[in-house]
Ligand binder design. Structure first.
Ligand code: URA
Length: 222
């Protein structure tokens, strides 16, 4: 395969990572996409929300979760009591993968090779952000970050103890890191796009379930 693996620079902060990711060609998705869509949010965010990959509008604007799914996510975060200043949003894969059908660009789920190639960017974001809670939005992020056998419908909404990247390798250094939270969690929930695709008669319930899972995240921050 022509896929490599991203090699983020160290010690450059989020803006340095964003600049470096702009030129990433670790996999073939960088060429047809308009631009890299890096994560967005304050460096002091306590929660990192991880989606699948940018959609059409994100690819055009360069910002994650600005399309319909992002609008729904913003509302759900507010309803769950998570403030925007506490939240950083990003994606497991940072380029839009699509096929062209006439004038339309049709979303294609990223493959394991794209997740693997892009993974170092996500880990580098975690290293800088030191989140207290990582939220997997949907099956792609949950399978990549928690377990390939993860089932959203069965296992959603639970706080799972999470060891941030680097902490296993250097426990002494992690202990010395005074900004690192002492307990860190991961939680998976449904993707906001899945709520939008839910048939009308059950959509309100699907939205409420997303808010309920995000309220579990909010309770971990209290
Ligand atoms: N869906 C995602 O998974 N990520 C985005 O940024 C937008 C839609």
């Amino acid at each position: 395969s022509e896929n490599g693996i991203a090699q983020p620079p160290e010690g450059v902060g989020l803006e340095g990572l964003r600049s470096a990711a702009a030129g990433c060609r670790a996999c073939e998705l960088g060429e047809p996409a308009t631009q890299t869509v890096f994560g967005e949010g304050p460096e002091t965010a306590r929660v990192v929300l991880v989606g699948e990959q940018p959609g059409d509008q994100e690819d055009r604007t360069g910002e994650p979760f600005v399309g319909p799914a992002g609008k729904l996510l913003d509302r759900a975060l507010a309803d769950a009591g998570i403030e925007r200043r506490d939240a950083y949003v990003t994606n497991a894969v940072k380029h839009f993968r699509f096929t062209v059908k006439g004038k339309r660009r049709i979303h294609q789920t990223p493959g394991p090779e794209h997740l693997r190639a892009c993974r170092p960017w996500l880990e580098a974001e975690f290293v800088v952000l030191k989140p207290e809670v990582v939220v997997c939005l949907g099956a792609t992020a949950a399978k990549a970050l928690i377990s390939p056998s993860f089932r959203i419908t069965q296992d959603r909404g639970h706080l799972l103890p999470w060891i941030p990247p680097g902490a296993e390798a250097a426990p002494d250094e992690a202990d010395e890191d005074e900004d690192a939270p002492s307990q860190t969690w991961m939680l998976a929930t449904t993707h906001p796009s899945a709520v939008l695709r839910t048939p009308e008669e059950s959509r309100a319930g699907a939205y409420d379930a997303l808010v309920a899972d995000l309220a579990v995240v909010a309770s971990a921050l209290a």
